[in-house]
Ligand binder design. Structure first.
Ligand SMILES: Cc1cc2nc3c(=O)[nH]c(=O)nc-3n(C[C@H](O)[C@H](O)[C@H](O)COP(=O)(O)OP(=O)(O)OC[C@H]3O[C@@H](n4cnc5c(N)ncnc54)[C@H](O)[C@@H]3O)c2cc1C
Length: 391
């Protein structure tokens, strides 16, 4: 088999790249180790930056998002038992965010690719990449037990943090910059109508908590916990009791309680590789970087990477230009490091760190007081949260 761009992974990065390339008249094949149903049911992120929303709409995959997505014009920070609001449009020239679950974005992209006759091969096995430093890199895999080879002009590694493309780059080429946090998030999805129209980020002496939502009927809530937290010690009643203690505010606001649909523990890590390219392999999304989820940026970064990559590939195929491909890594990393900084800062400001003392507690409260009362502080939060401009 032969294609122009072989894409490993049908997450948001791989699917969006395939969609953008199709619009530019470039052929691609997406290879995914899971089933279609599995990737369409996988619950993960849900906050879309303004730029992500605009791109989905402009490229024709935003119809359901516009109908079902929940537009948010601000966010709440809660500390000392009180909530303070930061409004986005007035601080950012009109931008906001939309809450629309990642699995819905995935469904819309899969449907668009299938409708356009695009090739997504699900449930591939034993995938490996070869000849990355040649002009004809190859992807080998098995489908239904039969060995296959896909010869490409380029390979896009969009296979997430645990994928195989990043480890296929020879040792010594890539530098890793990493921070692992001494806590994790215990997250639940609950059948309970949201009691706040916007997200509530809470700093509490018992630990961080986040109130968020995925639709008009479903809330998504998180508690700071230990990285090795044993979920079997957390029956639903205990989770709700802890969430209510941390999230409830003096004005009587509290999360709505309902049946827990899913629960899990997510580790917290900042991770970046440099460069994001080796030969004709280009890495994008979680394959190249991870942010702690506090800033709600993982999905958005995946989309902004593949936007840059699709433009570089389009310049190559339309005018033979290789300069944008050469600049792919540097162009993405400028944005990635700003987003890493914001995600690290939000995480540091809102969580309890082991060994923190009264000084740290008062410093964090003062920082929250500042960023929720000064126009400069609120603008910093707002412009990063809705997404820095794509340059
Ligand atoms: C458990 C979890 C929870 C998260 N929760 C949140 C959240 O609450 N809020 C938030 O903002 N962000 C969250 N994120 C981050 C966000 O979901 C990711 O940043 C986003 O999914 C990145 O998209 P991606 O396409 O780069 O990678 P992924 O979505 O990981 O997609 C990679 C794809 O590659 C496939 N793949 C892997 N290996 C192979 C292989 N060898 N061969 C073929 N295919 C392969 C995978 O099955 C997957 O479909 C979460 C991430 C995880 C892992």
């Amino acid at each position: 088999m032969r294609t122009q761009v072989g894409i490993v992974g049908a997450g948001p990065a791989g699917l969006m790249l395939s969609h953008l390339l199709h619009l530019a008249g470039i052929e691609s094949v997406v290879l995914e180790c899971r089933s279609r149903q599995y990737i369409e049911d996988r619950v993960r992120a849900g906050v879309l930056e303004q730029g992500t929303v605009d791109l989905l709409i402009e490229t024709g995959v935003g119809e359901r998002l516009q109908r079902e997505g929940l537009r948010h014009d601000g966010v709440w920070f809660s500390f000392g038992g009180r909530r303070r609001h930061i409004g986005f449009p007035e601080l950012t020239g009109g931008s906001g965010i939309v809450v629309y679950a990642q699995q819905e974005v995935v469904k819309d992209l899969v449907q668009a690719r299938v409708a356009a006759g695009g090739q997504i091969v699900f449930e591939v096995e034993e995938l490996s990449v070869h000849d990355l430093d040649s002009k004809l890199p190859k992807i080998r895999y098995k489908k239904d037990g039969v060995a296959q080879e896909l010869i490409c002009d380029f390979i896009a590694g969009c296979d997430g943090f645990h994928g195989i493309t990043r480890p296929s780059v020879p040792a010594g080429v890539i530098a890793v910059y990493e921070r692992i946090y001494p806590f994790a998030w215990l997250g639940i999805l609950a059948e309970a109508a949201p009691t706040s129209d916007e997200l509530v980020y809470t700093y509490h002496e018992r630990g961080f908590a986040l109130f968020s939502m995925r639709s008009q009927q479903v809330t998504r809530l998180y508690l700071q916990c230990t990285p090795d937290e044993d979920l079997s010690q957390w029956p639903d009643d205990r989770i709700w009791e802890e969430l209510c203690k941390r999230l409830s505010t003096q004005d009587g606001w509290a999360p709505g309680v309902g049946p827990v649909l899913q629960k899990g523990v997510t580790g917290m890590r900042s991770f970046v590789i440099e460069p994001m390219q080796y030969g004709r392999l280009f890495l994008a999304g979680d394959a190249a970087h991870i942010v702690p989820p506090t800033g709600a940026k993982g999905l958005n970064l995946a989309v902004s990477d593949v936007r840059v990559l699709s433009q570089a590939l389009e310049a190559f195929y339309k005018s033979g230009r290789e300069d944008l491909l050469g600049q792919y890594s540097a162009n993405c990393l400028r944005r990635i490091w700003k987003v890493q900084r914001f995600s690290w800062w939000m995480t540091s400001m809102l969580h309890l760190f082991p060994g923190a003392d009264g000084f740290d507690h008062r410093r964090q409260l003062a920082e929250l007081d500042y960023v929720t009362s000064s126009r400069a502080g609120m603008t910093t939060v707002a412009e990063n949260y809705v997404g820095l401009p794509l340059d």
